[in-house]
Every structure is written in C-alpha cells, then in structure tokens.
Design a binder for this molecule. Structure first.
Ligand code: NAI
Ligand code: UGA
Length: 437
C-alpha cells in the first residue's frame, strides 16, 4: 500500500517506519525543514530504542521517504495518517489547529478515494470536524477514520509492532477492509482489531490514558498514606498487584507522572466533560494530586538542610519524564529544578539522553555533567528523578568519595532500605520509611 504520514514526531515517525517495515511504501511529511533534512540524511531526530534498525533498513530499500511538501507526499496515497500535535489550549482542551489546518489543506489535493486517519489524540467529534474541513474542497470520495495510538515512548517500536489491540473507529465498510489489511501483520498473534464508531474510538484513547494516570495517582496517594501510617508502598504494591483484577503494571509510586500525554490528556478529558456539564471529579483530583506529587521531595530536602537551601549544591540523576527517552515534556525533573533554584540551591544534572533538550530550556541556570559520577563532585545531596537502569546499581564507594553528605532523595524508590542502612546512607524515598542517622 502507499501510505502518507503527516507529522513526523514520536508517533508519526514510528508509525511511518513500522508500516514501511511491513512492506508498505511510506512518505513522512513534516513542516519542520530541519527535521526533514536530518531524516533525509539518515539522522533520527529523537531517541527511541530499536527505531534505527528499522529506519535504516527501510530507507535503504526505498520504502521510507521524507518531504516537507504535502502535495508531493500524499501523491497516490491510499491512506493518509494525521500524526500532528494536539497540545493543550489555554482552557485545557486539545488544540486542534494543527489537525484542522492539514485537513483544510488536504481537501483540494485529494485525487482519488482516500482514507484519512486521525492518529493524533483528539477529542470526541474531531473525526466529524476533519471530515467537514476536507469536504469543503474535496472533489473525490474519502473516509475519515479514528485510529488512536497507544504506544509508549521508550518502547514505541515494540508497542507498535505488537499492540495489545488496535482500535479503529469507522462506520465505512470500505475503510474497515483497508484497515484490516493494513494491520493484519501486526495482529497476527491474535490481539484484536476492535472496530467501533468514531466517537467511541476517540473517547477510548482518553479513557485509557486517564485510567492509567488515575491508577498511578491512586498508588501515589497510598504511598503518601504509607508514610503517615508507617507502611511500605512497595509491599502494598506487591500485595495488591498480584490480584489479577488489579494487575501488576502501572502501580509504581513516585514523584508523579509526566510526559507529553498523560498530563494533557487528563486535562483535555476533564475539559470535554465540563463542556457537556459533567463534573468528572476523579480527574480533577488526579491532576491536583499529581501536580503536588512532582515536588513532593522538596520539603524533605529543605528539612534536611534545616530549612535553608541557599548555596547548597543538589545533584540530579535523571531528567527525562521516564527512562529510555529524551523527552522532557512535563518532566517532574523540570519542576524540581525550578523549585530548587527558587530556594537558592545550585543544581547540577545528568541524564543519559535528555541533556540537550534540558539545555534548550534551562540554559546556564544549572550545570550539566558528563556522567553520573562527575555530577556528584562536591554536591551536598543527590536527588533521583528518573529510574534509568544505570542508576540502579551504582558504585556506592565512588559516590561516597564525591558527595559532601551521604544522603539521597529518591523519587523512584530504586534502592532497598536495608542496603541504604548498611551503606550508611540517609535515604528518603516515596511511601517508605526514611533511613536517618
Ligand atoms: N508521544 C507519544 O508517545 C504519543 C502521542 N500520541 C498523540 O499523537 C500526536 C502526536 O504526538 P507526537 O508525535 O508526540 O508529537 P510531536 O510534537 O513529536 O510531532 C508532531 C509533528 O508534527 C509536525 N507538524 C506540525 N504541523 C504540521 C503540518 N501542518 N504539516 C506537517 N507536519 C506538521 C511537527 O513539526 C512535529 O514534527 C498527539 O496528538 C499525541 O497526543 C499518541 C500516542 C503516543
Ligand atoms: O498517549 C500517549 O502518549 C501514551 O501515554 C503513555 O505513554 P508514555 O507517556 O510514553 O509513558 P508511560 O510509560 O505511560 O509513563 C507515563 C508517566 O507515568 C509514570 N509512571 C508510569 C508507571 C508507573 O507505575 N508509575 C509512574 O509514575 C512515568 O514515570 C511517566 O512519567 C501511555 O502509557 C501510552 O499507552 C500512550 O500511548
């Protein structure tokens, strides 16, 4: 099949690359000239494990192409994916300007029956809006399908190639058949394609993200309660997660969820509910709790230094909103850095992949270290924000010789309390007892 993907970010590039891997001829289109230039020169602008192998193979075999020209890019395409940004607007709703702009542009360019697929996360009713925008100028028949994406950054290729399910919102039999053909290689192992109407598909995406954000937030609340009641959240997690009705995944307490999607999607769903006069109270709680959770360790750090962080040097391990990505959108690290600076602390940071992106935002307000040990030189405390595996079994002897104080504030519960005690560290984590001298 000939496929075009409009928007070549995390979702568009993964979608395009993976569909070229299943034998399709794909053209990815983006208005960002520097991004397209890089891609044409074989450079992947994002860090996403495993993407490089597929990318190189399919570029080499002439199945994966890049352009900034929409007209040229969609030439002969049977399917056009829209993988465009839907950032939060001022009122919290998803901003559809990028999606609707491309829909407007597409109308006069379509030359034969085409399926236009909303891959972006969009509010209920968007398929209809996209349809109307295209219809204004289209001279050929077309269908607009809602096909939300559930991939996670960091494991995007695996998630895309082996999806738990594929959700397709369409009432067109013709589009259904093409979607079945397109996804057949990805659902061979029996995971379903679930067909439904467009509105239900659009809502499914928000329901899934909001449910997961709620699950994490519930555990963060349990963690906060654990601290007050003297229980251990990791034990509680194991205790509840083994109930198959609850499930083991997404129960890890920490300093809040971040990323480009959970925060904006929970907000957008709450706004969609408000627009139809429904007060979705759980979601309001989730947003409020998560915002506070992100800087939950700051008071403990302040307490440790008797309320005064002026001139204290705090080293941070981990900046990305989660491991295996360079994405720092809504990353808890950014909120903590701002708070620490506000308190007068000096901040030095290290992350295996996200340093360049943070430099772009923070500039010289903080210092950037070469590796996880040099960041500790002369630091008064270590704060852990992202659970990169490389932080899990560090050389504690080396750390001892670099840190001014043997103290760790851990937002991701990486270490056993007993080993911290044995190593002589003071250790403050989430939902567990503090290890103090
Ligand atoms: N990042 C993720 O893990 C996931 C994101 N989503 C959703 O997918 C959508 C896209 O997200 P990301 O890929 O993360 O965004 P992104 O910001 O990484 O990529 C979007 C791309 O669209 C391009 N663009 C903007 N206007 C354009 C236009 N008129 N023509 C061509 N290209 C244009 C931008 O230059 C950018 O490269 C959002 O709705 C998001 O909520 C869904 C599932 C996972
Ligand atoms: O719509 C999207 O963009 C995507 O959003 C999330 O994927 P992603 O944001 O890449 O990352 P997750 O692995 O879901 O993590 C999100 C945040 O939750 C936090 N988290 C996750 C799991 C957990 O147990 N505890 C926890 O605090 C992570 O640290 C991270 O900050 C969803 O998991 C994907 O299914 C969805 O497609």
């Amino acid at each position: 099949m000939k496929i075009a993907v409009v928007g070549t970010g995390y979702v568009g590039l993964v979608t395009g690359t993976c569909f070229s891997e299943t034998g399709n001829n794909v053209t990815c289109i983006d208005i960002d000239e520097s991004k397209v230039e890089k891609l044409k020169n074989g450079i992947i602008p994002i860090y996403e494990p495993g993407l490089d192998v597929l990318f190189e193979r399919n570029v080499k075999q002439d199945r994966l192409h890049f352009t900034t020209n929409l007209k040229e890019g969609i030439e002969g395409a049977e399917i056009i994916f829209l993988a465009l940004p839907t950032p939060p607007g001022e009122d919290g709703s998803a901003d559809l300007q990028y999606v609707l702009k491309v829909a407007d542009d597409l109308g006069p360019l379509l030359k034969q029956y085409t399926i236009i697929i909303d891959k972006s996360t969009v509010p209920v009713g968007t398929a209809e809006k996209v349809h109307n925008a295209i219809a204004k100028n289209a001279k050929v028949d077309f269908d607009v399908v809602s096909n939300p994406e559930f991939l996670r950054e960091g494991v995007a290729v695996e998630d895309f190639m082996k999806p738990d399910r594929v959700v397709v919102g369409t009432e067109s039999e013709k589009a259904k058949k093409t979607m079945e053909r397109l996804y057949a290689p990805l659902v061979r192992q029996g995971n379903p394609i679930i067909f439904m109407d467009e509105r239900s598909a659009e809502l499914t995406k928000y329901a899934a993200n909001s449910f997961l954000a709620t699950k994490i937030t519930f555990m963060n609340e349990i963690a906060n309660l654990c601290e007050l009641l003297g229980a251990d959240v990791d034990a509680v997690r194991r205790g509840v997660g083994t109930d198959s009705r609850i499930g083991k995944r997404f129960l890890f307490a920490g300093i809040g969820y971040g990323g480009s999607c959970f925060p904006k999607d929970v907000q957008a769903l709450a706004k969609s509910a408000k627009d139809v006069n429904y007060d979705f109270r759980i979601l309001n709680g989730v947003m409020d709790i998560n915002q506070k959770q992100k800087t939950k360790l700051i008071p403990s750090i302040k307490d440790y230094f008797n309320g005064d962080l002026k001139g204290k040097k705090i080293a941070i391990w981990g900046l990305a909103f989660k491991p295996y990505t360079d994405d720092i959108r809504e990353a808890p690290a950014l909120y903590n850095i701002e708070e620490l600076i506000k308190e007068g602390a000096e901040v030095s940071v290290f992350d295996p992949e996200a340093m360049e992106n943070v430099k772009g935002i923070m500039g010289d307000k903080i210092t950037y270290a070469e590796d996880q040990y040099s960041v500790l030189e002369d630091a008064d405390a270590l704060m852990i924000v992202t659970e990169w595996p490389v932080f899990r079994t560090p050389d504690f002897n080396r750390m001892d010789s670099l840190l001014n104080n043997k103290v760790i504030f851990d937002g991701r519960n990486l270490y056993e309390l007993s080993s911290m005690e044995e190593l002589g560290y003071e250790y403050f984590s989430i939902g567990r007892k503090s290890v103090k001298k």
